[in-house]
Design a protein. Structure first.
Length: 280
């Protein structure tokens, strides 16, 4: 079983995707279900987790509709106004759809202290009875804040996206290394092995350059809390889908078959409660 635990889909508009600048011009188009099906079929992906790219309830409902249409998309991590007074009512409606498995906010774009905000934390506390996960999207510099945040919610399940986006371009890994190991001590946090190539130099990155980051999260989280993700189509500014999968598979080659199976599928299936036979 092979699961892509992190990808996006979108209908592109300049107004809604202002973060796609000229350096990412190839992302300035629609990426829709047929595109995803083509990429994942070639990679022999059995199931995926679609993750929000816009902070709108409209997109969350659109992703859920796509998941209902396609058996490939077996989970959605959407967006909702977690810090708003009306969040409990919104949450009650959203959780009626069993394909919604988690929520995410683009914290990497927020000012320092966002994860310390009491209203946001109150919303996170409301997730616990629902069994929804929360995906943490941050830069490496926000890891201390994220550690405080996770410690406020010891029973909530969290997933760290893109290994917290270390500054691979400048090889500035000392603080990231210490903080990621600290965060990994929290057993309620799982980590996505995704997003590395877009934090490196897009033109000259190599698997050798990324190896120390892979080794760190592998040791810190172990295969049972590490999962493969493509971050497609953002991935394509620096890498093709097949090349990323090949890179990860090469990294995993020295591991046992059971450990490889965990990272390539079982961890995601267990974490996101996918309707798959996790013993296959």
């Amino acid at each position: 079983m092979r699961v892509d635990a992190h990808h996006h889909l979108w209908r592109y508009t300049p107004e809604e995707f202002g973060w796609i600048d000229d350096s990412m011009h190839r992302l300035r188009r629609d990426f829709l279900l047929p595109d995803l099906l083509r990429e994942t079929a070639a990679a022999h992906i059995d199931a995926t987790v679609a993750v929000q790219a816009r902070q709108s309830l409209e997109e969350t409902h659109w992703l859920l509709a796509l998941a209902a249409e396609s058996p490939l998309i077996q989970a959605v991590v959407g967006w909702a106004p977690i810090a708003s007074a009306g969040f409990p009512a919104t949450l009650e409606l959203l959780t009626r759809n069993p394909l919604l498995k988690g929520l995410r906010h683009v914290v990497q774009a927020e000012p320092p202290g966002f994860l310390d905000d009491p209203t946001f934390n109150r919303g996170i506390a409301a997730l616990l009875p629902t069994s929804l996960l929360y995906d943490i999207l941050i830069f490496a510099r926000q890891l201390p804040e994220a550690i405080r945040f996770v410690d406020r919610h010891p029973n909530q399940s969290f997933v760290l996206d893109h290994i917290a986006k270390p500054d691979i371009v400048h090889n500035d890994s000392a603080d990231w290394n210490a903080h990621i190991r600290d965060l990994a001590l929290r057993p309620n946090v799982t980590c996505k092995l995704s997003g590395l190539v877009t934090e490196a130099d897009w033109a000259i990155w190599s698997p050798t350059q990324l190896q120390p980051y892979f080794d760190t999260v592998l040791e810190a989280f172990t295969p049972s809390r590490l999962m493969f993700g493509s971050d497609w189509p953002v991935l394509t500014v620096a890498c093709t889908y097949p090349r990323w999968l090949e890179t990860v598979s090469t990294w995993l080659a020295p591991l046992t078959p059971g450990e490889r199976t965990q990272i390539l599928g079982l961890t995601a299936a267990r974490t996101y409660h996918l309707p798959l036979n996790t013993h296959s």
